[in-house]
Design a protein around this ligand. Structure first.
Ligand SMILES: [Zn+2]
Ligand SMILES: [Zn+2]
Length: 240
């Protein structure tokens, strides 16, 4: 079988036990992106990277993660030039920088400024960097599905997917697989996800029942981390 550039990380994520494999890929891409900017290569000092961080800025979650790296000078330098970029664009009345077709005739200056600020809020250098690569990994998964006989048993052994990645996977499956392979794929993942959600709902139910004093001495079964697993399935966020 022809090697695809992302084949090995996809298979590794499917083999790793526990949780959604696409979350593992996402987390790895996110860690690599943060390391790329703030790590030893100091990419934030590179003009091309800084131009991009100046324009896009960062979402709230990635600001928190950059702050956690403890490179205060690096973060200050990036935020300073991004801040100046935002400031300049808010004042200049120049609209081309953050997307054409953004404004309508007859809008007040206040409305335009509000739209510009919102447009900045919707961008993040790290999210944008991850998303393009992440889609290529998902694409590789569907390239492998009909071609690599190891994939199906690995998928069958998974504990389900988080709902955001399950939805992304279903919509990409429609576009990526022909009728025969699509039916085969859905025949595996739909019952797998249903069973995973039923199991999790039961674990949450038992977690709640454990608060009843009559169940004080009953075993926790598989429900001790039910809240964390439910949050992870709903949003893909792993909260330890
Ligand atoms: Zn996921
Ligand atoms: Zn982000």
């Amino acid at each position: 079988m022809k090697e695809h550039i992302h084949t090995i990380p996809v298979i590794d994520a499917l083999r790793e036990p526990g949780h959604c494999p696409f979350c593992k890929i996402y987390d790895k891409l996110e860690a690599d992106s943060i390391d790329f900017i703030m790590g030893p290569s100091l990419s934030y000092m590179t003009e091309s990277v800084r131009d991009e961080t100046n324009e896009a800025g960062f979402c709230e979650e990635h600001l928190r993660k950059l702050y956690a790296v403890q490179n205060r000078l690096g973060l200050a330098l990036m935020l300073h030039t991004h801040f100046k970029y935002v400031q300049k664009n808010m004042e200049s009345g120049k609209i081309a920088d953050i997307g054409s077709g953004l404004f309508k005739k007859g809008e007040t200056q206040a409305e335009r400024t509000a739209k510009k600020i919102t447009a900045f809020q919707n961008r993040c250098y790290i999210c944008e960097k991850i998303n393009g690569t992440f889609l290529r990994y998902m694409d590789t998964f569907f390239y492998l599905w009909p071609r690599d006989s190891n994939i199906k048993p690995l998928v069958k052994a998974l504990p389900g997917f988080c709902l955001p990645h399950y939805a992304a996977m279903l919509s990409m499956a429609e576009k990526s697989l022909g009728k025969k392979h699509l039916d085969d794929f859905l025949g595996v993942v739909v019952p797998l996800q249903k069973a995973a959600m039923e199991q999790l709902e039961g674990d949450m139910d038992w977690f709640i029942q454990k608060f009843d004093y009559r169940n004080n001495d009953a075993p926790w079964k598989n429900s001790k981390d039910a809240i964390n697993r439910t949050m992870a399935m709903l949003k893909g966020a792993i909260i330890e």
